[in-house]
Design a protein around this ligand. Structure first.
Ligand code: C2E
Ligand code: MG
Ligand code: MG
Ligand code: MG
Length: 276
């Protein structure tokens, strides 16, 4: 009985795995085509300072497949990292983001910066710094308008290489932020070793903030520590007024979340900027 059951479960499991593998394979092909056809888009989520001023935006790639519909980055970015497509996608997002901020500046909006997510794979690629430099030159954008977001996944790379690349970026005039800060193992040691300008508190900090007193204490301490190291702190994933109030009170410098603005097409960003 048990044995027969086990075998059935095994077959069932196996079939599910095949479905999953086939789906992934098909999606990979679709993604290659989407990249080729330039069918990916860049959305921007606005960021605000303590005075509620619109001061920045994070570039977030979007893939709306004509057949499968919108596919979340959490699903296709890991896939793109696996097969190397992330290099082309990363280049596209960086170029688009720089061109779009330049467009804002051309329209007289000079105080909205842009942040772009970088994948570890882009760090492994040769000439990342030269590529960034080239894009800034081609788009004629002041490097200080660009922030590059890295994650703790960077830990899998050689630390000396990482520091060297980040230092070169910083001497270009580009800013560095550490994303999803506080969830990994190495968060604290990174604050000491990597050249950085800001930390983005992981969304989980924001989520638990209002329900859990200890969590609020921890977030407050993290913000104080970041400030002592002369780093700016960005609160992410703000969905409620209460979360916003907590983060303000704890000294957070910049704010991002659905409460304040969803990721949106550049046309909507223009409108938002013009309203202010
Ligand atoms: P991330 O860099 O931490 O970006 C923030 C994510 O949180 C975005 O998800 C954003 O839509 C979402 N978010 C913002 N505010 C809220 C909120 O109030 N509540 C909730 N529940 N979510 C919020 P998205 O766009 O789905 O991207 C997910 C992740 O995919 C990003 O996390 C980033 O790691 C990666 N990603 C997105 N675009 C790119 C890209 O161009 N290059 C690379 N390498 N990774 C990207
Ligand atoms: Mg990010
Ligand atoms: Mg984040
Ligand atoms: Mg994330």
């Amino acid at each position: 009985e048990a044995k027969a059951n086990g075998r059935n479960n095994y077959q069932y499991f196996n079939q599910n795995m095949n479905v999953e593998v086939n789906r992934k394979c098909a999606l990979t092909n679709d993604l290659s085509r989407a990249v080729e056809d330039k069918a990916l888009e860049v959305y921007y989520q606005p960021q605000f300072n303590m005075q509620k001023k619109f001061i920045g935006m994070e570039a977030l790639v979007r893939w709306n497949d004509p057949i499968n519909g919108p596919i979340p980055p959490a699903e296709f970015i890991p896939m793109a990292e696996e097969n190397g497509l992330i290099l082309e996608i990363g280049q596209f997002v960086l170029e688009t983001a720089c061109r779009d901020v330049k467009e804002l500046m051309n329209r007289g909006i000079t105080d909205v910066k842009v942040a772009v997510n970088l994948s570890v794979r882009q760090f492994e690629e040769n000439h990342l710094v030269e590529k960034v430099k080239k894009i800034l030159e081609v788009t004629n954008l002041a490097p200080s308008m660009l922030t590059l977001e890295i994650t703790e996944n960077i830990a899998i790379l050689d630390i000396a290489d990482t520091i060297s690349i980040l230092e070169q970026m910083k001497s270009l005039g580009v800013q560095i932020a550490i994303d999803d800060f506080g969830t990994g193992y190495s968060s604290l040691s990174y604050l000491r070793t990597l050249p950085m300008d800001s930390v983005k508190l992981d969304r989980s900090f924001t989520t638990d903030l209002t329900a859990d007193k200890k969590q609020a204490t921890i977030v407050g301490a993290v913000i104080m520590m970041a400030h002592a190291l002369e780093l700016q702190v960005v609160g992410e994933g703000i969905e409620t007024n209460e979360q916003m109030r907590f983060l303000e009170e704890l000294g957070c410098d910049e704010f991002q979340g659905f409460l304040l603005g969803r990721p949106m097409p550049f046309a909507d960003i223009l409108e938002l900027a013009n309203q202010q």
